[in-house]
Design a protein around this ligand. Sequence first.
Ligand SMILES: [Zn+2]
Length: 191
Amino acid sequence: MRELPCYPGSPPQGFTGERTMDRKYQFSWDLLGDISQGRPNLGPVTRLEVYRLMQFCLRDVLEQNLGKQKADEVFYQAGYLAGSEFFNNVLGPQDDFNEFVRSLQNALKEMGVGILRVEEADLETGSFVVTVSEDLDCSGLPELDYEICIYDEGFIAGLMESFTGRKFKVKEVDCWCTGDRTCRFTAQVID
Ligand SMILES: [Zn+2]
Protein backbone atom coordinates (compact mmCIF):
# COMPACT_ATOMS: atom_id res chain seq x y z
CA MET A 1 0.00 0.00 0.00
CA ARG A 2 1.14 3.55 -0.71
CA GLU A 3 2.70 5.17 2.34
CA LEU A 4 0.96 8.37 3.36
CA PRO A 5 3.05 11.48 3.96
CA CYS A 6 3.21 13.40 7.23
CA TYR A 7 1.65 16.84 7.19
CA PRO A 8 4.45 19.39 7.54
CA GLY A 9 5.03 20.25 11.17
CA SER A 10 3.16 17.31 12.66
CA PRO A 11 4.80 14.56 14.66
CA PRO A 12 5.72 11.61 12.46
CA GLN A 13 3.40 9.00 13.91
CA GLY A 14 0.91 9.44 11.03
CA PHE A 15 -1.40 6.51 10.56
CA THR A 16 1.17 3.87 11.37
CA GLY A 17 -1.20 1.89 13.58
CA GLU A 18 -3.87 1.76 10.92
CA ARG A 19 -1.95 0.00 8.21
CA THR A 20 -1.92 -3.32 9.98
CA MET A 21 -5.62 -3.16 10.86
CA ASP A 22 -8.41 -4.93 9.08
CA ARG A 23 -9.63 -2.33 6.65
CA LYS A 24 -13.26 -1.51 5.98
CA TYR A 25 -12.81 1.62 3.88
CA GLN A 26 -9.65 1.18 1.82
CA PHE A 27 -10.08 3.31 -1.26
CA SER A 28 -10.31 1.91 -4.76
CA TRP A 29 -11.42 3.74 -7.88
CA ASP A 30 -14.26 1.23 -8.34
CA LEU A 31 -15.90 2.69 -5.23
CA LEU A 32 -16.81 5.76 -7.28
CA GLY A 33 -19.34 3.52 -9.00
CA ASP A 34 -21.03 3.40 -12.37
CA ILE A 35 -22.56 6.86 -12.41
CA SER A 36 -24.27 6.60 -15.80
CA GLN A 37 -26.09 3.51 -14.59
CA GLY A 38 -26.77 4.81 -11.10
CA ARG A 39 -27.89 8.33 -11.99
CA PRO A 40 -29.57 8.13 -15.40
CA ASN A 41 -31.58 11.30 -14.76
CA LEU A 42 -29.37 13.38 -12.46
CA GLY A 43 -26.04 12.53 -14.11
CA PRO A 44 -22.53 13.08 -12.72
CA VAL A 45 -22.85 16.75 -11.68
CA THR A 46 -23.90 18.06 -8.28
CA ARG A 47 -24.08 21.48 -6.60
CA LEU A 48 -20.81 22.80 -5.22
CA GLU A 49 -22.48 23.79 -1.93
CA VAL A 50 -23.14 20.10 -1.25
CA TYR A 51 -19.48 19.21 -1.76
CA ARG A 52 -18.35 22.05 0.50
CA LEU A 53 -21.01 21.19 3.08
CA MET A 54 -19.67 17.66 3.34
CA GLN A 55 -16.03 18.72 3.39
CA PHE A 56 -16.38 21.49 5.96
CA CYS A 57 -18.66 19.49 8.28
CA LEU A 58 -16.25 16.57 8.10
CA ARG A 59 -13.38 18.93 8.95
CA ASP A 60 -15.33 20.42 11.87
CA VAL A 61 -15.94 16.98 13.36
CA LEU A 62 -12.38 15.83 12.70
CA GLU A 63 -11.10 18.87 14.59
CA GLN A 64 -13.48 18.25 17.50
CA ASN A 65 -12.39 14.63 17.70
CA LEU A 66 -8.71 14.83 16.85
CA GLY A 67 -7.61 18.44 17.30
CA LYS A 68 -6.59 21.05 14.75
CA GLN A 69 -3.18 19.64 13.85
CA LYS A 70 -4.41 16.10 13.32
CA ALA A 71 -7.43 17.29 11.34
CA ASP A 72 -5.06 19.16 9.00
CA GLU A 73 -2.89 16.08 8.70
CA VAL A 74 -5.88 13.92 7.79
CA PHE A 75 -6.90 16.40 5.09
CA TYR A 76 -3.38 16.53 3.66
CA GLN A 77 -3.14 12.74 3.58
CA ALA A 78 -6.61 12.36 2.06
CA GLY A 79 -5.67 14.88 -0.63
CA TYR A 80 -2.43 13.00 -1.23
CA LEU A 81 -4.26 9.70 -1.65
CA ALA A 82 -6.76 11.36 -3.99
CA GLY A 83 -3.99 12.97 -6.06
CA SER A 84 -2.21 9.64 -6.41
CA GLU A 85 -5.41 7.85 -7.42
CA PHE A 86 -6.33 10.67 -9.81
CA PHE A 87 -2.94 10.36 -11.49
CA ASN A 88 -3.28 6.59 -11.91
CA ASN A 89 -6.92 6.46 -12.94
CA VAL A 90 -7.55 9.71 -14.83
CA LEU A 91 -4.19 10.75 -16.28
CA GLY A 92 -2.37 7.45 -16.65
CA PRO A 93 1.37 7.05 -17.29
CA GLN A 94 3.14 10.30 -18.21
CA ASP A 95 6.74 10.81 -19.25
CA ASP A 96 6.79 14.40 -20.49
CA PHE A 97 6.27 17.27 -18.02
CA ASN A 98 4.49 19.59 -20.45
CA GLU A 99 2.20 16.80 -21.57
CA PHE A 100 1.50 15.91 -17.93
CA VAL A 101 0.57 19.53 -17.15
CA ARG A 102 -1.64 19.79 -20.23
CA SER A 103 -3.52 16.59 -19.39
CA LEU A 104 -3.93 17.71 -15.80
CA GLN A 105 -5.17 21.18 -16.80
CA ASN A 106 -7.73 19.66 -19.15
CA ALA A 107 -8.96 17.10 -16.62
CA LEU A 108 -9.27 19.65 -13.78
CA LYS A 109 -11.11 22.10 -15.99
CA GLU A 110 -13.41 19.51 -17.52
CA MET A 111 -14.32 18.12 -14.09
CA GLY A 112 -14.87 21.59 -12.64
CA VAL A 113 -12.08 21.36 -10.06
CA GLY A 114 -10.26 24.56 -11.00
CA ILE A 115 -8.10 26.34 -13.54
CA LEU A 116 -4.49 25.26 -13.11
CA ARG A 117 -1.47 27.25 -14.21
CA VAL A 118 2.20 26.48 -13.70
CA GLU A 119 4.01 29.72 -12.82
CA GLU A 120 7.45 28.27 -12.19
CA ALA A 121 8.90 24.86 -12.92
CA ASP A 122 12.49 23.85 -12.25
CA LEU A 123 12.71 20.15 -12.99
CA GLU A 124 16.36 19.97 -11.96
CA THR A 125 15.91 21.34 -8.45
CA GLY A 126 12.37 19.96 -8.16
CA SER A 127 10.92 23.38 -7.37
CA PHE A 128 7.50 24.45 -8.65
CA VAL A 129 4.88 27.17 -8.18
CA VAL A 130 1.36 26.47 -9.40
CA THR A 131 -1.89 28.40 -9.12
CA VAL A 132 -5.46 27.17 -9.09
CA SER A 133 -8.20 29.68 -9.88
CA GLU A 134 -11.92 29.16 -9.28
CA ASP A 135 -10.88 26.46 -6.87
CA LEU A 136 -13.45 23.87 -5.84
CA ASP A 137 -12.58 24.18 -2.17
CA CYS A 138 -12.22 27.88 -1.51
CA SER A 139 -13.12 30.33 -4.28
CA GLY A 140 -15.75 32.73 -3.02
CA LEU A 141 -15.37 31.91 0.68
CA PRO A 142 -15.30 34.67 3.29
CA GLU A 143 -11.86 36.09 4.00
CA LEU A 144 -9.97 34.36 6.80
CA ASP A 145 -6.49 34.96 8.16
CA TYR A 146 -5.15 31.60 7.03
CA GLU A 147 -4.94 29.50 3.86
CA ILE A 148 -7.45 26.65 3.89
CA CYS A 149 -6.65 24.45 0.91
CA ILE A 150 -4.82 21.72 2.80
CA TYR A 151 -6.58 18.95 0.90
CA ASP A 152 -5.33 20.58 -2.32
CA GLU A 153 -1.77 20.70 -0.94
CA GLY A 154 -1.92 16.95 -0.45
CA PHE A 155 -3.59 16.47 -3.85
CA ILE A 156 -0.77 18.32 -5.61
CA ALA A 157 1.84 16.41 -3.60
CA GLY A 158 0.24 13.11 -4.68
CA LEU A 159 0.25 14.17 -8.32
CA MET A 160 3.84 15.44 -8.26
CA GLU A 161 5.14 12.36 -6.50
CA SER A 162 3.32 10.08 -8.91
CA PHE A 163 4.83 11.94 -11.87
CA THR A 164 8.40 12.27 -10.58
CA GLY A 165 8.72 9.32 -8.18
CA ARG A 166 10.16 11.75 -5.61
CA LYS A 167 8.80 13.05 -2.31
CA PHE A 168 7.33 16.55 -2.25
CA LYS A 169 6.33 19.12 0.32
CA VAL A 170 3.49 21.31 -0.94
CA LYS A 171 2.40 24.51 0.79
CA GLU A 172 -0.34 26.94 -0.11
CA VAL A 173 1.09 30.46 0.08
CA ASP A 174 -1.84 32.53 -1.28
CA CYS A 175 -5.52 31.65 -1.08
CA TRP A 176 -8.87 33.20 -1.89
CA CYS A 177 -9.37 33.19 1.88
CA THR A 178 -6.32 35.37 2.50
CA GLY A 179 -7.49 38.01 0.04
CA ASP A 180 -5.93 36.69 -3.15
CA ARG A 181 -8.10 35.79 -6.05
CA THR A 182 -6.25 32.62 -6.86
CA CYS A 183 -4.69 29.87 -4.77
CA ARG A 184 -0.92 29.61 -5.13
CA PHE A 185 1.10 26.60 -4.06
CA THR A 186 4.82 25.96 -3.76
CA ALA A 187 5.93 22.37 -4.37
CA GLN A 188 9.44 21.33 -3.43
CA VAL A 189 11.23 17.99 -3.63
CA ILE A 190 12.28 16.91 -0.16
CA ASP A 191 14.12 13.64 -0.75
ZN1 LIG B 1 -7.06 28.28 -1.39
